[in-house]
Design a protein around this ligand. Structure first.
Ligand code: NAP
Ligand code: MG
Length: 501
């Protein structure tokens, strides 16, 4: 495969980095796969070669798990919380120092605009390390007074939160650096060690992050990074008996495989899975901001967000205006190569996703949906799909029921903000997020209370913060990422009781 032409748009130092085979990080060393195998990473905007990367498999995962155990039993297990926090904070600083380079890698590898990665993916990743660094010194147990079997004061009982141990972490390709940050920062804050399996489509920014972890002074083996395929490296990590806990982000389908693998010896699992989030616009909403919010709700990151507002419900009297407004916005979105400063939407991440999304568009149109705009791939190299708004849908169409993970909105009118609307919004196996747009605060909160989802945004969408827990009801997952809530994914609680007299 020839080298992608969009690589010409990055500085010589990064071109040089990309031109060398990228290795995996095990026990503080950059090493080839034990098998000697490598795989090609592609630029989705040109379908050309970006880099050659070591292809980890079960043997490399085994070495990484052993290194993580050694680090847990060694220096990382003995470091003070304050020193741990300082290293985590330093990682955040180093990410910001390498802002452009990381945003360039993210754009080349994933296809997303450099301009977006620079203001969203990379700063949010740094913030996750900065935010989590503070938790390192604040993981506390508590004294618990006993009532049974003891006269008051006869026993002293307290809890001790302890790191769960060696964690296996598996991440997807939609926000490659940010997903690594969401996983690694809390694992480090709680004192765990980690083996991170990055997505085969987008391994590069996490490998660069590995260099920054070393520069920050993280001891060898605390974080090990394995690029490779899900069926080999991922499956080996999920099934490895030396891993105390698996944290996974990706499809609901693979999430179920992870649970099966971990259930053999009942290892702990947390899951961040798919979604088909409802976005509800009531007749009294500020229409202009609702149109802008619903546009971003579905088209941000090319619709490749697990929380994308992909099912739009609009009150009948404003339906046509809102749907037309979103379609008009969609037509204005500039599609192009991520490294081009004018680009607002890049290609989808891979030919597989391109095929999947186009398959959904075809199925939707065949089942009778009508495209107000889009509805087809771009006739050009690269995995581009036109932003699409589908109307005239009904609740059992594939495009309404299944997660498309592309720039495709299905829009449906509703009559009243009643139980029927709530039932329609909740009519999904997923429960990750939802939006509600209304000037009536009481009504918006009533609806927020009735939606079965881990996040509800009122008069906004896609508002993320390292301090806010994020995760799913129903088949959208187990556990929460970010905020104080994520700490429990990585801690065990020990109750210690002493007889005083
Ligand atoms: P995926 O197959 O679930 O992949 C996610 C991660 O799991 C990747 O690192 C993948 O490795 C790994 N993996 C795959 N099979 C595995 C197995 N048997 N055992 C252990 N690990 C395994 O997701 P995808 O194919 O990249 O995307 C497909 C769908 O996933 C999307 O359409 C969307 O529905 C969902 N998704 C959700 C999120 C989210 O944030 N919740 C993010 C991305 C995708 P490889 O990369 O090597 O396959
Ligand atoms: Mg895959």
């Amino acid at each position: 495969m020839t080298i992608s032409t969009t690589v010409d748009r990055v500085p010589a130092s990064l071109r040089d980095w990309l031109s060398k085979p990228r290795l995996m990080l095990i026990d503080g060393k950059w090493v080839q796969a034990k098998s000697g195998k490598t795989f090609e990473v592609q630029d989705p905007a040109t379908e050309m070669l970006l880099a050659n990367v070591a292809e980890g498999d079960a043997a490399d995962v085994d070495a990484a798990v052993k290194a993580a155990r050694k680090a847990l039993d060694g220096p990382w297990g003995r470091i003070s919380p304050s020193a741990r926090g300082r290293i985590i904070h330093k990682i955040g600083d180093l990410i910001l120092e390498h802002l452009d380079e990381l945003a360039q890698l993210e754009s080349l590898d994933n296809g997303k605009p450099f301009s977006v990665a620079r203001v969203a993916d990379v700063p949010l990743s740094a913030d996750m390390f900065h935010y989590m660094s503070g938790w390192a010194t604040k993981i506390e147990g508590k004294h618990i007074p006993l009532s049974t079997l003891a006269a008051p004061g006869q026993y002293l009982s307290y809890t001790r939160p302890e790191p769960i141990g060696v964690v296996g972490q598996i991440i997807p390709w939609n926000f490659p650096l940010l997903m690594a940050a969401w996983k690694l920062a809390p694992a480090l804050a709680t004192g765990c060690t980690a083996v991170l399996k990055v997505a085969e489509e987008t391994p590069l920014s996490a490998l660069k992050l590995g260099e920054l972890l070393q520069e920050a002074g993280l001891p060898d083996g605390v974080v090990n990074i394995i690029p490779g395929f899900g069926e080999t490296a991922g499956a080996a990590l999920a099934a490895h008996p030396g891993v105390d806990k698996i944290a996974f982000t990706g499809s609901t389908e693979v999430g179920k495989l992870i649970v099966q693998a971990a259930s053999r010896d009942l290892r702990k699992v947390s899951l961040e899975l798919g979604g088909k989030s409802p976005n509800i616009i009531l007749g009294d909403a500020d229409i202009e901001s609702a149109i802008a919010g619903a546009t971003a709700g579905i088209f941000f990151n090319h619709g490749q967000c697990c929380n994308a507002g992909s099912r739009l419900f609009v009150q009948e009297k404003i339906f046509d205006k809102v749907a037309a407004g979103i379609a008009a916005n969609a037509e204005k979105i500039r599609l192009g190569v991520g490294m081009d400063p004018d680009t607002e939407m890049g290609p989808l991440v891979s030919s597989v996703q391109h095929g999947r999304v186009n398959g959904y568009l075809k199925a939707g149109l065949e089942e009778g949906a009508r495209a107000l705009t889009g509805g087809a791939p771009l006739n050009a190299p690269g995995y581009f799909v036109k932003p699409t708004v589908l109307v005239d849908t009904h609740p059992d169409m594939k495009v309404v029921r299944e997660e498309i993970f592309g720039p495709v909105l299905v829009a449906t009118p509703f009559k009243e903000a009643d139980d029927k609307l709530i039932a329609a919004a909740n009519d999904t196996v997923y429960g990750l997020a939802a939006g509600v747009w209304s000037r009536d605060v009481a009504q918006a909160h009533r609806i927020a209370n009735q939606i079965k989802a881990g996040t509800v945004w009122i008069n906004c969408f896609h508002v993320f913060d390292s301090a806010l827990p994020f995760g799913g009801y129903k088949q959208s997952g187990w556990g929460r990422e970010m905020g104080q809530a994520v700490l429990s994914n990585y801690l065990e609680t020990k109750a210690v009781t002493t007889k005083l007299a």
